[in-house]
Structure formats: C-alpha cells, structure tokens
Design a protein around this ligand. Structure first.
Ligand SMILES: C[S@@+](CC[C@H](N)C(=O)[O-])C[C@H]1O[C@@H](n2cnc3c(N)ncnc32)[C@H](O)[C@@H]1O
Length: 348
C-alpha cells in the first residue's frame, strides 16, 4: 500500500534506469517527490532552477510598486499561469476588490484556480476567465465590469507548460510536437510543418525569432517531409542537429531554441493576440489606471514599446516607462528563467 513519504527518510540510491539517463518524467524530476527529496528541492532553488510543476513569479516587488493595487480596486491578471503574481496581488485588493484572472491554458488553469481558492480568498474576489487575452475587452463587458484599475501581463509560457513532456514545448524532452497553450484551438506545430511551404516557414523564422539562417533551415525542414513527418520533438531535433550552435546570438540562443520559439509563436498566434490586447488596454482602464507587461524576447518587447509610445503620443497614456526594467541581478541569479525578462509600464 502507498504511504506518504517520511521527510526524515534518507534519499534512496538513484533508481536504475534502463539507459544512461532517466526517460520518464517522474524519474527525471526528483523534486516531484519533495518529502523524499527535500534537500534536492533546496539544491534546485540554489542553482537558480525552478522546481518542476511550479512557476516562480518574476519582478514581484517591481510589479506591485507599479500597479499599486489597493483595497476595493478591480484589476486584471491577463496571464494567470501558476497564480504566482495573482497570489501577491489578491490580498491587497481586500476587502471589496476583485481580480479578473485570464489564461487560455485549459490544462494548468484549473490547478491555478484551485490553489488560489484554497488560499481562502472570498469567492467574489476572484473571477477566472478561460480565454485568450485578446478577448479581454468583451469578457469584461459580458462580466459587467466596465473599467478596471490595473492590468498585468506576463507573456509567453509558464514553467509548468515548459516542463510538461506531453506538450512539446521543450526540445530537450521527447514528445509530440504540439506547442499550443490551448490544445483545443488551432493546429499543432507538427501539422503546421506538414503543410507549410519554404517561403512561409522562412518568414515565420525571421518574424518570430530573428533567425539569421531562416531560408536554409526552412529548406531543410521542408526537405525532410517526403521521408518522415516532423511529428515529434526528437525528429525536429535531429534535423536541427546540423545547425547546432553555428549561429548563437548574443543571448546565447541556438538555432533549435529559435526554431521552437518561432513555431510556438506561430501556432499560438502570439503576436496577433498581443497586438489586439495592447490596443484594447486603454479602453478598459479607468483614468489613473496602470498597466505592467513582462516580455521575454525582442518581438514581444518591440510591440509593447511601440504601443505604449503611440498611446503616449496620442495622450491616451499620461506616462510610460522611459526604458524597460530588468529583474535585479540577485533575482537573475536565483531564477535563471528571469534572465531575459523586460518590464514596461504605462499610466492612463
Ligand atoms: C509566464 S506564464 C504566467 C505566470 C504567472 N504570472 C505566475 O506568476 O504564475 C504565462 C501564462 O500566460 C498564458 N498565456 C500566454 N498567452 C496568452 C494569451 N494570449 N491569452 C491568455 N493566456 C495566455 C500561458 O498559458 C501561461 O499560463
């Protein structure tokens, strides 16, 4: 019979795997078993990694300073994720306030909602929307919320999505090549690669990840098709092995990382959703409203910067951040996934 792990029990010797490395999720990630591997969890945090199945919110202090959530106010967390930022914001809205938390991921969203509700927030203080943030404006209208006081967006994918070996977000793990945050919408990256032509794929690689060898890579991926479909992360990795590290950019991104990023942005229509969201923000903010956006690559940051500046010129935003903010050196050291984050803000 199964029994709960004893926190004082010494870690057992490493289980024997059939190969050199663990293949299964639970074999690979000891931190899934924190009782047995308590010390391991500390080591994961010490080396700046994120325990699997969790997500560490980035720039929390900076975001709280910018958004300055007050009791009785209504705000939007457009990217709920693990609920990290929401869990810091919610208590500040009580009594009387409300947080609208959105996420398009039907797999992780219910878990985040359960965690937040278990923390004892009043039922009425949290409204969850299983939608794309490009639909924020109509969601607020339908929910009879005319204006809000602040909006937060922490773009991209969560660590839980990245670590889940069934979803295809990580090229390091064998899985089907899906890459959708909402697997119920659109087509998978595997299906996209099965249909796309060289020119279109080249354009996606340039637009979504500034890939310098976009044409050669697009040709190599399309040439693979008659012999094998690019259905798994493994097959894509094999094709990309020929391009390995030849063209690292200044962030140390390798071609395979850029190809995954470009495909992810394409199948989720990330730029289209972000453009719509950025356009709608001023319409739903009260006068004196605050918005903060964390982005993780140049394509996102460019859009946020341009939108903020255009609305400032049109005197819709009274003030915008003159430059982006970065996580402190200490945060970058303690959470390696925060390293590429850029934070911008604006005030109506
Ligand atoms: C970086 S994580 C957010 C983490 C969160 N701030 C926290 O502290 O736990 C980004 C989340 O936003 C969601 N997301 C990304 N783009 C979205 C969009 N266009 N609409 C709705 N949700 C989106 C992803 O599914 C993911 O869960």
């Amino acid at each position: 019979m199964d029994h709960p792990p004893d926190p004082n029990e010494k870690p057992k010797r490493r289980p024997r795997y059939s190969g050199k490395n663990p293949r299964k999720f639970h074999e690979k990630y000891k931190e899934l078993n924190p009782g047995r591997y308590g010390q391991h969890l500390e080591k994961v945090l010490e080396r700046g990694a994120t325990p699997v199945g969790t997500h560490r919110p980035i720039c929390v202090e900076e975001i709280l300073r910018i958004l300055n959530p007050q009791a009785g106010e209504t705000g939007v967390d457009a990217t709920l994720g693990f609920g990290g930022h929401s869990s810091h914001i919610l208590p500040k809205l009580l009594p009387g306030g409300r947080l609208v938390a959105l996420d398009q991921d039907p797999i992780e969203r219910p878990k985040a909602e359960a965690r937040l509700r278990q923390s004892g927030v009043p039922e009425s203080a949290l409204l969850i929307g299983g939608i794309n943030f490009s639909e924020m404006k109509s969601f607020l209208q339908v929910s009879q919320i005319s204006k809000v006081d602040f909006i937060l967006a922490d773009l991209g994918i969560s660590s839980m999505q990245m670590d889940d070996p069934t979803r295809g977000f990580s090229f390091k793990v064998e899985s089907s090549l899906d890459l959708r945050m909402n697997p119920l919408v659109g087509i998978s990256a595997a299906d996209l690669l099965a249909q796309i032509g060289v020119n279109e794929l080249e354009a996606i690689l340039i637009e979504n990840s500034d890939e310098p060898r976009a044409r050669v890579i697009a040709k190599a991926l399309v040439a693979k098709r008659p012999r094998s479909t690019l259905q798994t992360t493994q097959v894509l990795r094999e094709v990309m092995a020929g391009f390995s590290k030849q063209t690292q950019n200044e962030q140390g991104d390798t071609p395979i990382r850029r190809v995954f990023q470009a495909l992810r942005i394409a199948v989720n229509n990330e730029f289209g959703s972000l453009d719509q969201f950025l356009n709608d923000i001023p319409e739903v903010l009260n006068p004196g409203g605050r918005v903060a956006i964390l982005s993780f690559h140049s394509g996102e940051d460019r859009r946020v910067k341009k939108s903020f500046q255009a609305f400032e010129r049109a005197r819709v935003y009274r003030k915008v951040s003159p430059e982006f903010l970065r996580p402190s050196p200490e945060e970058q050291r303690s959470n390696s996934r925060s390293k590429s984050a850029k934070l911008r803000w604006a005030v109506t």
